[in-house]
Each structure stands twice: as C-alpha cells, then as structure tokens.
Design a binder for this molecule. Structure first.
Ligand SMILES: Cc1cc2nc3c(=O)[nH]c(=O)nc-3n(C[C@H](O)[C@H](O)[C@H](O)COP(=O)(O)OP(=O)(O)OC[C@H]3O[C@@H](n4cnc5c(N)ncnc54)[C@H](O)[C@@H]3O)c2cc1C
Length: 282
C-alpha cells in the first residue's frame, strides 16, 4: 500500500497567507506557505485533491487545491465566501496564519485517460479543482487526443481565471465559455454549459473521457448530455463537494452509500455511484 502523503491526518500544520488575489465577486485565491518547511507533505498533492483549512476558534472546511502542487511548495486555494469558515478567511490579511491538514481524497484519473480525447466540464467555482488538472494536461499535452475545457458561469464577471484562458489555449486546450446572463459587452455564448457539450464536434466519443465539477444539478445534466453523445458511463468522473468533517473516512459525515466522499472521493467514477447521486446531503 502506498504511504499517505501526510504524516498525521489529524495534525493541523500552520501556514501563512502570502497573497490574496480577488478573482470574481465573492471569490478569492489564497496563496499559502508552510510556516515550517517540514510540514510539506511527503508526496505532492495531485489535481482533484483537497485540504482541510482551519480557522482557529471558527472551524474547519474542505477546500480543493487549485495550484500546481507538483511543481510548487506554495498552496493555492480558490475560495467562495459562503459561511462561517470562509467568511473568517476573507477577513484575513497577508501575513496571517491558519491551519492546514491534507492533502486528502482521490485525484482526477489522468493516467487512465492517456491516449483518449478528454472533455472537462465545469460550472462556477468548479473550475478551481480543475485548474491544476489543466496545468498538468498542458505539461503532458502530447499524451492525449483532443482536450476540451467547457466552462459555465452565471455572468461574464463570474468566469474564474479569465486571464489564464489564452495561456491554456496556447497550451493546446480548446477552452470554451458560456454564461447564463450576459452584459451588453459580452459577445460570447449564452446558455447552460451542456449546450457547449451538445455542440462539441471535435472529439471521438469511443474511449473519450469526461470529468466534471460544479453544482450537482449541472453535473447530472452534463452526464445525461454526455451519454446522449456516446460517452461510456465508466469513462466519466464527477467531483462531489458533499459536507464532510474528518476527511479520513472515520466520522461518517460524508458517507454516501458504501463510499466516503472524503476518502474514496471527491473524484468518483460515475458508473460506481450513479444510483447514489439521487441521495441528497444528509
Ligand atoms: C472536497 C471538497 C472540495 C471543496 N472545494 C472547494 C473550493 O475549492 N472552493 C470553495 O469555495 N469551496 C469548496 N468546497 C465547499 C466548501 O467546503 C463549503 O462551501 C463549506 O461549507 C464552506 O464552509 P463555511 O463554514 O464557510 O460555510 P458553512 O457554514 O458550511 O455554510 C454556510 C451556509 O452556506 C451554505 N453553503 C455551503 N456551501 C455552499 C455553496 N457552495 N454555495 C452556496 N451555499 C453554500 C450552507 O448550506 C449554509 O447554509 C469544497 C467542498 C468539498 C467537500
């Protein structure tokens, strides 16, 4: 069995905020550095994994790694302010410290997709756990067929990482965007992200792989559209952002049938959890 990336899964390590970048309304990327270099995980985090971020006196929450942990010691977390913990993080300034446990969970199955066409579909903050995947795919671009990244957002102002799209395109990724509601200056697509999947013509469905992250309803419509386009159920993966506590499959908070989203997920193969997706959060 491979060694876990962390030394002690319960041990929270201190990290210092080295930069805070505003991304879209209510969303910011926090750049963190370990206070003690020995806190660095033994094995770098893989795209799709998450950390538990701890605000002393407030609580702890799961946040995906959105940076390039394989090539940098800095941790990047893109966070939407929704509640207690994320609200407290948004009151931090550069130089403040917080706690980090991880990395935890499953990763996007990059190696299983070598040789295939790839379609990545995300909505809103769902692009955060895909950014590190996109960067890896660019590094390993010759190993894959067509790579399409379909991004949906509420409005143009809600499109995450907009200044990175030209670099991703130059790296061989077909980036397409769409918004639910446009402003007068927007000349791009309008409509749900599944429309982009419906119109996609530069891919071979046989053997093609699909990975999706975003609101569950969006992922379900994406999967339905993908099935109608000829994707196989065992070639599709979803990233589930269910509520979780311990992150190591002990507390049962995120138990989803026989699966623990924290330990077996968040990235799960669709055919293995299809029936369970009907179940709402407990
Ligand atoms: C594996 C995993 C990875 C995640 N990665 C990220 C990430 O990269 N970035 C990120 O911003 N979040 C991410 N999340 C979601 C994040 O963990 C939750 O938003 C978390 O609840 C925030 O904690 P809080 O204490 O601020 O809010 P809470 O106090 O837990 O929530 C406050 C209120 O907001 C509601 N709420 C919670 N989440 C959302 C939401 N997403 N949208 C709207 N309302 C919501 C709750 O129902 C509650 O009513 C991830 C979750 C998981 C499980």
């Amino acid at each position: 069995m491979s060694e876990p990336a962390y030394r002690n899964p319960w041990h929270t390590q201190a990290a210092v905020v080295t930069a805070i970048r505003a991304e879209t309304p209510g969303v910011a990327t926090f750049e963190l550095a370990w206070v003690d270099a020995k806190s660095k995980p033994r094995v770098p985090a893989k795209p799709g994994q998450f950390n538990m971020l701890y605000m002393p006196g407030v609580g702890e929450t799961a946040i995906s790694l959105s940076g390039d942990a394989l090539h940098s010691d800095l941790l990047l977390h893109t966070i939407r302010k929704v509640g207690n913990v994320t609200g407290a993080m948004f009151r931090l300034s550069v130089g403040a410290t917080l706690g980090v446990r991880g990395p935890f969970g499953s990763a996007w199955p990059i190696d299983e997709c070598v040789g295939a066409d790839l379609v990545l579909v995300c909505g809103g903050i769902g692009l955060a756990p895909m950014r590190s995947l996109v960067n890896q795919l660019i590094r390993r671009r010759s190993e894959f067929g067509e790579v399409h990244l379909l991004i949906g957002a509420r409005t143009p102002r809600d499109l995450l990482y907009r200044n990175e799209y030209s670099r991703w395109k130059a790296g061989g990724i077909n980036v397409q965007t769409t918004v639910d509601r446009a402003e007068s200056t927007w000349t791009g697509n309008i409509g749900v992200v599944t429309l982009l999947l419906e119109r996609l013509n530069r891919f071979k469905p046989a053997g093609a792989s699909l990975m999706t992250c975003g609101p569950e309803v969006m992922m379900m419509y994406t999967i339905q559209m993908a099935i109608s386009r000829g994707f196989e159920r065992r070639r599709m993966w979803v990233s589930l952002e269910r509520n979780m506590n311990c992150a190591v499959g002990t507390c049962g908070h995120c138990q989803f049938g026989p699966h623990f989203v924290c330990k077996d997920g968040p990235v799960l193969r669709f055919d293995l959890i299809e029936a369970l997706l009907e179940v709402k959060d407990l």
